[in-house]
Design a protein around this ligand. Sequence first.
Ligand code: GLN
Length: 310
Amino acid sequence: MIKNISNLQAKLQELIITQKNLPTQGHVADYIPALAEVSPKLMGISVATIDGNVIGAGDYQIPFSIQSISKVFGLVMAMNRIGDDLWQRVNMEPSGQPFNSIIQLEWEKGIPRNPVINAGALLISDVLTSRFSASKLAFLSFMRSLAGDDNIYIDNHVYQSELSHGSRNAALAYLMKSFGNIDAEIPDVLSHYFTQCSISMNCQQLATSLLFLANKGIDPKTQKVICTPRDAHRVNAILSTSGMYDQSGEFAFSVGLPAKSGVGGGVIAIVPGYGVICTWSPPLNKFGNSVAGTKLVSGLAEELGLSIYH
Ligand code: GLN
């Protein structure tokens, strides 16, 4: 662990320079057309520690579409709202399938494998839509309060783009409804889900807002209880086994941190007892995970000896 924060700052800078000098690998997501408009060259990293340091390098203050990183926050909100009933409706196993796969969902009678693949996040969106009178606003408020920043916003251009290209997510939601595992109206569930995916945040805001997961559920900035220690453990466990989709095994094998990616190119990694790393680089690999973002996390984790399996 680098204790001296200016040494860590220099390390982040070095990692960004090294990555930026490598040829670009991967492709920016284009199945949501608005995401394809983002420059593949942008790249940032930020580290927030539970003892109050927040540092970054590269484009760490430029907002990007958080996409599936929003699934972490949705999961926490749903756990807080309905408790253990949630686990009657969604499982906690890795899927070994692409994030938007539909095949397993029929075999398993409309019960998603876990809350961080699309089917699971749509199920969570149903819980939030059904249990909050204004779920989108509640979600945005949750994000703003965790980041301590009221300027965090929903990118309407991304939202509209997702809505008009959301057939696969609609199919997942309708299939779950056919098994009786969705309560609300499907257009409302989809609207909630696309809204949370369309939130824009930068690396610094994301790293800061997830500190509670590195601190047994307590936000170290405010001392507020965001979730129970048991639920912080559970979220971290799910992120370790499923957060990088069908690359989660390899990521655990080579890095060993609870992590979550989004098709906007963001990756967050939780270091329990220490802090949170957030990286961003839009080009994705075949699993839908940022190529350079994943390398930045693994480079830093290796450098600092960060792994939950030590
Ligand atoms: N909104 C995206 C989708 O539903 C989120 C996927 C992701 O970030 N992996 O396809």
